[in-house]
Design a protein around this ligand. Sequence first.
Ligand SMILES: [Zn+2]
Length: 258
Amino acid sequence: MKFQLLPSTFDENGCASPKQHLACFVVDDCVAIDAGSLAMASGARQKKQIRDIVLTHAHLDHIAGLPLFIDDLFAALTEPIRVHATTEVIQILERDIFNWDIYPRFSELRNDAGAVLEYRPFEIGKEFSVKHLNFKSASVNHKVPTVGFVVSDCKTTFAISGDTAEMNEFWEAVNKEESLDAILIECAFPNELEGLARDSHHLTPKSLQKEIAKLQNKICPVYIINMKPMYLDEIVSQIADLKIENLQILEVGRIYDW
Ligand SMILES: [Zn+2]
């Protein structure tokens, strides 16, 4: 299974920076989890193949590239872009993004081949298929309705938390898995911003440590995602201080082969 975090932020030379403002993960060049930088950073093959986008929640840094991605491909689509999300997230997208004011309501528009945007609602806790992948969703603990996923192609299984603070249902779902190849979990703020992390329902290295202790599989690699770019150096240093084996930062742009 190929897995890639698309870049979203660039340094003064125009090269991808490890500082990430947006979240967009691509599996096997054909399924996106969140769409923060999907329009801006996907390659030609990905633009041609990605027609399924699975959303954790509707915060801007996770959906910013979605309207632009559909817009770019509007005339070329021979099948609709399928957005897999909870009903609550779909309602937010229709009310606040695809409302004709912020962007066109693509769900009402068609090109020569037919619909360009189709919603595929899923129920939290139930399994659903997206292309060759099986998704299981679990509630996490964020300021708005948010889910994490356990994703499998039968050979490889990984879990991704989405944005979250301390959580239990996600770990229950993860700990049911017999084998796990990777876990991706957020850590948005450094320890000194614990109050802000609590108010906005995010993790710090200190609270991350308690979360990782809930994982029963002690040999599975754990990758950190969603670090606020302005605090990246502090967060990375504090995560290193935890001295947890198998814990590493997910590299931007790198194609992982799990
Ligand atoms: Zn969020």
